[in-house]
Design a protein around this ligand. Structure first.
Ligand code: MF3
Ligand code: CO
Ligand code: CO
Length: 322
């Protein structure tokens, strides 16, 4: 059975373009649908209500966009970081991962992603850091939570987690002037076999891609490894979202494509970037909801995404968000 949703503290609601005209904002009009199809058995996610924006104390150092929502320009080409910069990156990444490790305590039926956002927001601030997503190009919350058919950039809201959900939680922190970015997949109660297989194939793709990263390797090799590994497991890759260079900027060059490509560019020691493939059970097409962020599959297929920030070293690479 699908639990009845209780909608509280409505501040803003989000609708599918395809179901409602943008002037109609009643959350009651958005229904919960369970599907049992070739992709498995799971609840289709439709966006719920987003609570008021959380605040960050004035003593927390903030990225340039925290007030304006507009990020400063990243470097034009992939940056080679010196040992001081690498040390800063390492601290940010370790913090992001340490906080991500606390997520399992929240993963149970009935818990809303808004509550998880609230708790993680506070933990990030208590560690002297700023939650990088907050107001980044206007993103309204401190983490991204992407459930089932939401491919990425899901906005935490008052939808309670439901038995059988699979979800990505993506945490980025801004600490000592540098961003650290990682995400992982979580399972709510019992998840069907197809959901479990999707998650483990995604993890394999990411780890296989990391294995080949070293100085002089083409960035494009990452996409080949990921797409081929995904295919071998019977899954596809969502091409619309790329990994990215990261540093004092949240997103910069290089773009790390997760599908077969021949974009030029080679890895060099001192580069830091993310790899964050999204695998799908179905087609690779997505659409963005009218909130401007939530990316959903157009065929309602479930997706899984896992992300690490890595550093290219003299001999290979190091996972900074290990
Ligand atoms: N953390 C996400 C990434 O992996 C970025 C989300 S952008 C946000 O790149 F604004 F939604 F936070
Ligand atoms: Co990222
Ligand atoms: Co991320």
């Amino acid at each position: 059975m699908i639990p009845q949703r209780k909608l509280c503290n409505l501040v803003q609601t989000r609708n599918f373009f395809k179901f409602l005209p943008s002037t109609e904002k009643s959350p009651e009009a958005v229904s919960v649908k369970a599907v049992r199809n070739s992709f498995g058995k799971y609840n289709l996610v439709e966006p719920c209500a987003v609570s008021a924006r959380r605040t960050v104390p004035s003593y927390i150092p903030k990225p340039s966009y925290a007030e304006s929502s507009v990020p400063g320009d990243p470097p034009k080409t992939p940056e080679i970081k010196n040992s001081n910069q690498i040390e800063c990156m390492s601290h940010s990444c370790i913090l992001a991962k340490r906080i991500l490790n606390q997520i399992p305590a929240f993963i149970k039926p009935g818990v809303t992603t808004d509550l998880i956002d609230e708790k993680i927001h506070d933990i990030i601030i208590n560690n002297g850091a700023y939650p990088s997503p907050l107001n980044y190009r206007g993103f309204p919350k401190s983490i991204c939570t992407s459930i089932n058919n939401v491919a990425c950039h899901g906005i935490p809201d008052n939808r309670p987690l439901q038995e059988g959900d699979i979800l990505n939680v993506d945490i980025t922190v801004f600490l000592n002037g540098y961003h650290g970015d990682c995400s992982a997949m979580y399972q709510v109660g019992n998840v069907d076999e197809e959901g479990k297989r999707l998650i483990s194939a995604t993890e394999t793709c990411l780890l296989e891609a990391i294995k080949i990263c070293k100085p002089d390797e083409n960035f494009s090799s990452i996409g080949s490894v990921i797409e081929e590994t995904a295919k071998k497991h019977g899954f596809g890759v969502i091409p619309a979202f790329a990994g990215h260079g990261i540093g004092t900027y949240f997103h910069g060059p290089p773009d790390i494509l997760h599908f077969v490509n021949n974009v030029e560019g080679k890895m060099q020691a001192g580069m830091t970037f993310t790899i964050e493939p999204i695998l799908t059970q179905g087609g690779s097409e997505i659409e963005i909801l009218e909130d401007g962020w939530t990316a959903v599959t157009t065929d309602d297929a479930r997706t899984a995404q896992i992300e690490h920030t890595i550093l290219i070293t003299e001999t290979g690479c190091q996972i900074l968000t290990q």
